[in-house]
Design a protein around this ligand. Sequence first.
Ligand SMILES: *[C@@H]1O[C@H](CO)[C@@H](O)[C@H](O)[C@H]1NC(C)=O
Ligand SMILES: *[C@@H]1O[C@H](CO)[C@@H](O)[C@H](O)[C@H]1NC(C)=O
Ligand SMILES: *[C@@H]1O[C@H](CO)[C@@H](O)[C@H](O)[C@H]1NC(C)=O
Length: 527
Amino acid sequence: MRSLSLGGSAAAALLVGLSAAAPYKPHGPQGPRYIVNQERADAVKEAFQVSWDGYYKHAFPHDSLRPVTNEHEDDRNGWGASAVDAFSTALVMEKWDVINQILEYIPKINFDKTETEVSLFETTIRYLGGLVSAFDLITGPLRDSIDQTPDVEAVLSQAKRLADNLKVGFDTPSGVPDNNLYFNPPRRKGSTTNSIATIGTLVLEWTRLSDLTNDTEYAELAQNAESYLLDPQPALGEPFPGLLGTNVRLEDGEFVDSNGGWGGGTDSFYEYLIKMYLYDPERFPEYRDRWIAAADSSIEHLVSHPTTRPELTFLAMWRGKELRFVSQHLACFNGGNFILGGLTLNEPAYTEFGLALVNGCHETYTGTATGIGPESFAWQDTARPLNASNNPPAPRDQAAFYDDAGFWITSGSYVLRPEVIESYYYAYRATGDVKYQEWAWDAFERVNETCRVGSGYSSIKDVNQPDGGGFHNFQESFWFAEVLKYSYLIHAEDAPWQVKADHTNEFVFNTEAHPVRVAAGRETLKR
Ligand SMILES: *[C@@H]1O[C@H](CO)[C@@H](O)[C@H](O)[C@H]1NC(C)=O
Ligand SMILES: *[C@@H]1O[C@H](CO)[C@@H](O)[C@H](O)[C@H]1NC(C)=O
Ligand SMILES: *[C@@H]1O[C@H](CO)[C@@H](O)[C@H](O)[C@H]1NC(C)=O
């Protein structure tokens, strides 16, 4: 049992941050009751089928669909990224025709060959995560629904083959991996640094692969790399306790800057700390401790409220100890991550704080013309001097928007990202409050209205133009893996892969929303 970890000033900051929010009451031992909304779940499945049909007809087995022109793009090495990323979503939706199409395809992928540069991180979270998750689902809760043919074994052997090609990335003086690789033969590009997100978001997938294959090498490589992030050196790498810089030298594992946040480049390093503890509390207590340090420091140092909407809570980013009052759609996973931390550690204060962050990100959706939140945004902080150089006012052309919305837009695109709906999903699973189902449904309807075009769904250019300001003509593979999965699960019936609030989790989601079976098969933590 752990004692309450929030220090006095963190607790005080928390109270200020939550003054406007309704208090969160932890549910009883049975967890909240969930409401199934079959009509909505079916509507999301329909959107999945439309997206899949467009991809399958016009792009498969290439990576991604360009839905406006019915063309394809190989943006992820040409191994069929959308098919692999769609796999676990098709499985949890139990869409058998699609499952069979993908299952038949997996053994045919040639993971030894690609013409283009390979990202260790992207390949891990999309392909390796997708394969390992599908294997866990097919050999676990869906075991009786799927013929256990040789194609099923191929899902795991293909994951191993891919990792065997990727592992050259770790062949650096420190073992901190090079994110940039080439294949055939596998080799490093020769980068000198890597970021904490792309170093620290391998450990779940690579550890799971070791646990499934009984070959410890994958886990050892990823955990050795992570060890430099758990004990950051030198001191400049940790400007606040548990909150780190971004870039690490491959030569010696030392940090080269003090700039960070919960956004791109750093985000999922923090996310995986608590997820590894949920995956296996026996092996990863240190990861838990580092998540707690990061969470407490965030509450103590990063909480920020916009001058025009002081009831909203955002987390600032930092340059050394100087804060920057900016955030991103990517960072909106943080609400869900605090909620998961609160559930896992029996600390309602983290859950309550997470719900306040979810509320802030919800406002970034309701504030725009499309009802979809922007790629990045900024605000002026209430607690710091309004003439401070790091606390500028809204640009003149967005002053009126800022008055109403509590943020202004610094990049207006929407590239089919999941993080806001992802956090609604955790909020719903933690509380059972149907408000979060309504928010998720509203977001899904707005995305459906604005992004549906041609043979699928496309990224858009400007969330603050009623029509989305035009299309990028690109359907990201994570549309299948993440947006459609979370939009579906929040309305769907309970199932072994759903996030649980009563310590009965059987799965933990990787950062690409692929559910990975926890090490013991079922959560071993207790209230
Ligand atoms: C790994 O070891 C476990 C326990 O010894 C065994 O049940 C399992 O079949 C092994 N898996 C593989 C892929 O060898
Ligand atoms: C901000 O305003 C205060 C009070 O008017 C003044 O004392 C301070 O020097 C100003 N700071 C900057 C950075 O201009
Ligand atoms: C999504 O958009 C399509 C095409 O406009 C429409 O037919 C469908 O009803 C929409 N679905 C939802 C859930 O709004």
